[in-house]
Design a protein around this ligand. Structure first.
Ligand code: AMP
Ligand code: MG
Length: 348
């Protein structure tokens, strides 16, 4: 039997966000106003709490996020820059400075993770259709044919010029919400009235900006991968200017013959990654990288991910099927365990 969990995770995102909102205390400074909003953009629930002496920015932030989706990243909007690159049939396409910058970060991360993070999985992701109407285990021959085209080295970047070689297709889904967080952070920097904000995209990518009026830390709930509608597994503290991202096997999946087919794929096999991990949460000072690193670390597994996290000066929490939580040294200071069914363990 095929079972999907997309709606559950959207609901989880709303609950996660309301939990964050509920924990915001009353402001001390009467000049600063607090605005809380829920929106829908980038295919997900957007929750925000804004502190400002000026106007509510909910509408313009929603617009910025929708622009990221429709103008840059979408597969389905034929005018998006990614759709244009994918339909160019190997010809060179000139992209915006913004997208060229993101692609440079993404290709570097693909190389640094030794291809665990690979933005050319596009066709393979479509074949599984985990997010679509007909999620299914693909025919092995079809999968083998498409996996041939997966290789981040087939992305040729020359300034603003992008060429995809050998049938590669781009899908930036593993970094898209993080890009949305970066775009929002840059926008907020131009808004002199804003004193602080927390933005949560779908419960999986979070941006913290500035401070709360009482200067208490921003806290983000961590979902229990095996109890997505229940209590949270823990909470992580982040500062203004930091970004958090979670990749988990519970976010999009279907079950068949007792096996969980989820949305994080091993670029070498084209199959979901089954390495005992159920989620990885990463905190660092860049949204795209937090998002990309959480996906990369999920694929690499606990031990192999450590060097990558050190290189990017990022903190991480790994959760496994045996209900262990492994924290990097920087994460130990941020993480608060909220469920006694989980145990914090040392990374060897
Ligand atoms: P995330 O939830 O950020 O870990 O991103 C998962 C999404 O990224 C999936 O739904 C796919 O669209 C895409 N994806 C899956 N596996 C990979 C991978 N190994 N490298 C890059 N993107 C991936
Ligand atoms: Mg990601």
């Amino acid at each position: 039997m095929i079972k999907r969990n997309i709606y559950k995770s959207v609901l989880g995102a709303i609950v996660a966000s309301s939990m964050i909102l509920a924990s915001v205390p009353v402001m001390a400074d009467t000049e600063v106003q607090k605005y809380t909003n829920t929106d829908f953009a980038m295919d997900t629930v957007v929750s925000e709490t804004l502190y400002t002496t000026g106007d509510d920015l909910n509408a313009s932030i929603g617009e910025k996020l929708r622009e990221v989706e429709t103008g840059l990243l979408s597969w389905t909007e034929s005018d998006s820059q990614i759709a244009k690159i994918n339909s160019a049939d190997g010809k060179t396409v000139e992209v915006s400075d913004e997208l060229a910058g993101y692609l440079r970060q993404i290709c570097q991360l693909a190389e640094d993770s030794d291809g665990a993070f690979d933005p050319t999985l596009g066709q393979v992701i479509r074949l599984w259709d985990i997010e679509g109407e007909n999620p299914h285990v693909p025919d092995q021959k079809e999968l083998d044919a498409l996996i041939e085209n997966v290789n981040y080295k087939n992305i040729v970047l020359d300034g603003n010029k992008v060429t995809l070689k050998d049938g590669a297709t781009l899908d930036l889904g593993a970094a898209g919400k993080g890009i949305g967080c970066d775009v929002t952070a840059s926008y907020l920097k131009e808004q002199k009235d804003v004193t602080g904000m927390i933005l949560n995209l779908g419960g999986s990518s979070v941006m913290a900006y500035g401070e709360k009026p009482d200067q208490s830390p921003w806290k983000v709930a961590v979902t229990d991968p095996r109890d997505t509608e229940g209590d949270y597994l823990g909470a992580i503290t982040i500062k203004g200017g930091e970004f958090l991202s979670t990749s988990g096997d519970y976010e999009k999946f279907f079950m068949e013959d007792g096996k969980r087919y989820h949305h994080i794929l091993d670029p070498k096999t084209g199959y979901p990654v089954w390495n005992g991990l159920t989620s990885v949460t990463v905190v660092c000072d860049n949204g795209l990288l937090a998002d990309g690193l959480s996906t990369a670390c999920f694929v690499l597994g606990l031990e192999n991910a450590q060097a990558l996290l050190e290189k990017y000066d990022a903190d991480a929490a790994f959760v496994d099927e045996d209900k262990n939580v492994y924290l990097t040294s920087g994460m130990k200071e941020r993480f608060e365990l909220m469920k006694n069914t989980y145990t914090i363990k040392k990374i060897k």
